[in-house]
Design a protein around this ligand. Structure first.
Ligand SMILES: [Zn+2]
Length: 222
């Protein structure tokens, strides 16, 4: 086993925790090829002849690359830099953005989670405000891991709260879990909603209500 692969394996962490260092391109390739070998074994255990079956030839490599480069990518790269602008007009009203696409993978079953996030911020009058696309990037960064929806909403909220210091912050995610629609009860529909509130949103129920009303109208206009 190469030194690179050994180093990768010695740094196991929780499924939605960032690795302690950003992966170099060499480490990334080593991770993909090690995972690919294990996926070959996995298909063989399922008695799938991936070497001779034209449909699954190359599948172990494709799946390994998909996991490392896309599904769990958020753990292996640096978080997006949160460039911000002065709140020049000392705007204190609520800024709400959404729906933001959420594409994640359930940590329990490795099945897709697909939904929308909404974020509300009460900017501090002498603080900074983020460019809107930054919220999309933060959501994507934490969604690109094996997640539970409860922890995803909290991680997005904590990151924004700690790095932008607004007066209040609310994050809400509404999503469909394929582990519920494609296995188990095979529910045709049904969403899960999770939310996280910080600062003024925890103290003032009318702020929460305003946020939820706006989420409902953004959902309808989608
Ligand atoms: Zn699941």
């Amino acid at each position: 086993m190469s030194i690179t692969v050994r180093r990768l394996q010695s740094r196991a962490a929780l499924s939605n925790e960032s690795l302690d260092a950003v992966l170099s391109p060499i480490e990334r390739e080593a991770m993909i090829s090690a995972a690919s070998e294990k996926l070959e074994e996995f298909l063989e255990i399922l008695r799938i002849d991936h070497q001779n079956d034209p449909n699954t030839r190359g599948t172990p490599g494709r799946v390994a690359r998909m996991f490392v480069d896309e599904l769990v990518r958020g753990r292996t790269v640096a978080p997006p830099s949160l460039t911000d602008f002065e709140n020049r007009h000392a705007y204190e009203g609520m800024i709400i953005t959404g729906p933001i696409d959420v594409r994640s993978t359930c940590a329990h079953h490795l099945m897709p989670i697909r939904g929308e996030a909404y974020v509300a911020v009460l900017p501090s009058p002498n603080g900074k405000v983020l460019g809107l696309s930054k919220y999309d990037r933060v959501v994507d960064h934490f969604a690109a891991r094996l997640q539970t929806q409860e922890e995803l909403v909290q991680q997005i909220g904590n990151h924004l709260w700690e790095n932008t210091a607004p007066t209040g912050l609310a994050v809400r995610i509404s999503a469909v879990h394929m582990c519920r629609t494609h296995r188990g009860v095979r529910a045709a529909n049904g969403r899960m909603v999770t939310s996280a509130y910080f600062g003024a949103f925890l103290e003032d129920a009318s702020l929460k209500n305003e946020f939820l009303r706006e989420c409902a109208s953004l959902e309808v206009s989608r």
